[in-house]
Design a protein. Structure first.
Length: 258
């Protein structure tokens, strides 16, 4: 079931949107914000909502296309054929993952604003920790056990220390640290586990055992990055930058989202 909040009038609806945002947590891993054209906020206004009204702290760490650690409030995810070997800039389907898997101290909230959606495709694919574990327990309990007990290393670039963790944890957050392409594979048992989990997740997407959400222009989604996985479907565009999704990272108060 997709949790949604609606922003049709900024003056009357924004308090309810803020309440929905601050309820994001292990029990409510994400919320979709539907925004009418007349109530669309720009990136600076959304920053003010998140920092001032929600009381969150921005995490400016971004690992860029060159695998260098940069400091940016907003990260632009858009189609650019010059960099299409990276999912950030491609039009291809993106497999399930979370965005801070390579940080030992990841930001809590991943906040997206859809500035321009593609006419065809580009839906968000979502899978919560609870949904994932339910499927693993039913279909492959041995894989679940291995994901909870096998240590892996996840890294991107040389400017951050690798995150040494299990892919799944019983802690509330982060409960999941997963990026197929950034997990070290130098140990055969780890490589086999990574491949097996990747195949399991792809099968869930193919069998439609995930949530699919289409964000329209102006819509947003906030998710507890360490308590769920997300991806996207492929999309079709005719010109560079036609689809533009803004991303920012945030630390929330420890009292939120219980």
């Amino acid at each position: 079931m997709v949790t949604e909040a609606y922003l049709k009038d900024v003056e009357t609806d924004l308090p309810a949107v803020v309440e929905a945002l601050t309820c994001v947590g292990p029990r409510n891993p994400y919320v979709v914000i539907r925004v009418s054209e007349g109530a669309r906020l720009n990136r600076e206004e959304w920053f003010d909502v998140l920092a001032t009204m929600c009381g969150w702290q921005p995490d400016l760490r971004q690992v860029n296309y060159d695998h260098e650690l940069a400091r940016e409030v907003w990260w632009e995810i858009t189609n650019d054929s010059r960099k299409s070997d990276a999912y950030t800039y491609s039009t291809t389907a993106q497999p399930l993952h979370n965005d801070n898997a390579w940080f030992k101290d990841p930001a809590h909230i991943n906040f997206f604003v859809m500035e321009r959606q593609a006419k065809i495709g580009g839906e968000q694919v979502l899978l919560t920790n609870d949904q994932l574990r339910e499927k693993l327990e039913a279909k492959n309990p041995s894989l679940l056990s291995d994901l909870l007990t096998t240590q892996v290393q996840i890294s991107k670039g040389s400017h951050t220390e690798p995150n040494r963790t299990t892919i799944l944890r019983n802690d509330e957050n982060p409960a999941i640290a997963w990026n197929f392409y950034r997990t070290h594979r130098d140990v055969p048992a780890v490589a086999a586990l990574v491949d097996k989990f990747f195949e399991f997740l792809n099968e869930m997407v193919e069998l439609e055992e995930v949530e699919r959400v289409r964000l329209n222009d102006g819509d947003c989604i906030a998710m507890l990055d360490g308590s769920m996985l997300h991806g996207r479907t492929a999309f079709k565009v005719e010109r560079p930058g036609e689809r533009l999704l803004l991303q920012s990272m945030w630390f929330r108060s420890s009292s939120e989202g219980n």
